[in-house]
Design a protein. Structure first.
Length: 169
């Protein structure tokens, strides 16, 4: 209830700010096209907030095992099959930030990854991945805690539909 009232108040203030200052888009409801429905926050805010919380929680979870997100991803790629550096980079490319290089990250996995022409998990690397994996499963469980059967799938399906709308629109 409080969140609903807060968003309604913010919505009204933003509309007035647009009108008072003739901000770009004022003739089209200013930025109101991005506000939520039924007193809910805007979808962009909710998506960013959830993404940030998932990242933070995931980082805390894998940090207990001396890993971070990139190291976790590399170990997972190599658990599926040995791979060259180029193959690992290609597989992780969609997740990399601008200018991020995996070379140093791969080199930092000494003891967990055998580095050569092909990268492979060591026995210690496999054990570390399994340990961290059990903790990650618990973290993922926290994310969906309290959701009814099918709610997670429906939420993801809805987000994917919105993504397609914007990609093709």
């Amino acid at each position: 209830m409080l969140a609903s009232a807060l968003w309604s108040d913010m919505d009204a203030r933003l509309q007035q700010l647009c009108l008072d200052n003739l901000l770009p888009g004022a003739h089209f409801g200013c930025m109101m096209t991005t506000t939520g429905r039924g007193g809910l926050p805007p979808i962009g805010w909710a998506a960013r907030r959830l993404d940030g919380l998932i990242d933070e929680q995931f980082q805390r979870t894998v940090a207990q095992f001396g890993l971070d997100r990139r190291r976790w991803q590399i170990l997972n790629v190599l658990a599926a099959r040995p791979a060259s550096r180029a193959q690992v980079e290609a597989e992780l490319a969609p997740f990399l930030t601008m200018g991020e290089s995996l070379a140093e990250v791969i080199d930092s996995l000494a003891g967990l990854v055998e580095v050569g022409e092909v990268l492979t998990l060591t026995t210690l690397g496999q054990a570390r991945l399994e340990e961290a994996g059990r903790a990650v499963v618990l973290t993922r469980g926290l994310l969906v805690q309290g959701l009814a059967e099918g709610e997670y799938e429906q939420a993801v399906a809805t987000l994917l539909k919105m993504i397609r709308n914007l990609e093709t629109g």
